[in-house]
Design a protein around this ligand. Structure first.
Ligand SMILES: *Cc1c(COP(=O)(O)O)cnc(C)c1O
Length: 343
């Protein structure tokens, strides 16, 4: 795997029309904004969100990136690869100290292949550190810098105002948007949705689909806060659907798995399960409920590629030790696989 040299993104990412008679009957057009094809190592919204931050890190003279994530975090892998390409060293603070002594899963192994140093911390230390950072408490940052030296710190999931601005750029690649257009994306932290909503032309709307359970209100607050800090105003052209998380982060109930498999078969495109499948499931759900007016055109942003085929720990495999937690992290009856915690 090439781990050095500049990242050459495929931009603008392609737009694919989806011919779907069931949607057509309801007067709904669907197209896919294939951000998953932007780059194999730094794909999707991770490329869009990281790029402005990498630029800022280099401009500020940093030589190290430090960030946070779970055992299968797409963000962690993307930071490792992007940092290597920019000649920056990388540190990943990983939730779950029990992972330190375990064999590396495919995702953490990839991060290490790109030179990322992994620091495994307990769930409570992880939570405390993130809380301190988000509240601008100087303690956690000082602690991290004492251990790792000065670093450009990216929040969990990579979302900050710069990241949202990077996500906004995808709207510029859709110059034909107008009234009747609905741009849809999955919502983990809300950074991608915030950027899209802020950049839409008048008449177009954005709908985000939460992949976390119980995040009603919280995620709306996060998006509104990004708008306030990044754009100095509120936007009224977006909302978040909370009915398609499938039971929680990483959970894929049989119904969702069946939907995703059917979509793949009909449309010849593999679908990432933790985010993208839930978003597409939600799009069809809205159409079924008649919440997409006839004449609507949905642009579904494919924010990332599926996990490598057969990868242990991919959705569909059993949850591993240490994935017990609140956010739907244990495999259970009625799910097509164990989940796992991650952000
Ligand atoms: C990280 C990720 C998201 C979540 O994006 P946010 O900006 O955190 O809401 C969505 N889709 C995929 C594939 C991701 O990897």
């Amino acid at each position: 795997m090439d781990t050095s040299g500049p990242i050459r993104p495929r931009l603008p990412s392609p737009v694919w029309d989806v011919a779907d008679p069931w949607l057509a009957e309801r007067g709904v057009e669907l197209r896919l904004k294939r951000d998953d094809l932007i780059h194999p190592l730094v794909p999707g919204n991770k490329w869009r969100k990281l790029t402005p931050n990498l630029r800022a890190a280099v401009e500020q003279g940093h030589t190290r990136l430090l960030t946070f994530g779970g055992a299968y975090s797409n963000h962690i892998r993307a930071v490792a690869a992007a940092g290597a390409a920019h000649g920056l060293s990388t540190v990943g603070v990983i939730r779950g100290d029990e992972l330190a002594g375990a064999p590396r899963n495919w995702s953490l192994a990839r991060a290490e292949e790109h030179g990322m140093e992994l620091a495994f911390v307990t769930r409570s230390a992880y939570r405390e550190t993130l809380r301190g950072l988000s509240e601008n408490d100087p303690g956690p940052l000082r602690g991290l810098e004492e251990r790792w030296g000065s670093a450009y710190v990216l929040p969990e999931g990579g979302t900050n105002v710069l990241a949202a601005g990077g996500a906004a750029d995808l709207v510029a690649e859709l110059p034909d948007l107008g009234s009747g257009d609905v741009v849809c994306c999955a919502v983990g932290t809300g950074g991608t949705l915030a950027g899209i909503a802020a950049a839409l032309p008048a008449g177009a709307r954005a709908v985000g689909f939460a992949v976390l359970k119980g995040a009603d209100g919280y995620l709306e607050g996060e998006v509104a806060e990004l708008h306030r800090r990044g754009w100095g105003r509120a936007f009224g052209d977006w909302r978040i659907e909370h009915g398609y998380h499938g039971g929680g982060y990483g959970r894929v109930p049989v119904e969702l798995e069946a939907f995703a498999a059917r979509f793949e078969e009909r449309h010849g495109v593999r679908v990432e399960r933790r985010y993208v499948a839930k978003m597409l499931w939600g799009v069809y759900g809205l159409a079924e409920r008649g919440e997409l007016a006839p004449g609507s055109r949905v642009t579904a942003v494919i924010t990332g590629p599926p996990d490598p085929e057969g990868s242990a720990g991919a959705v569909g495999a059993a949850g591993s030790a240490g994935t017990k937690g609140s956010a739907g992290t244990e495999g259970s009856a009625g799910t097509a696989g164990g989940g796992r915690p991650e952000a």
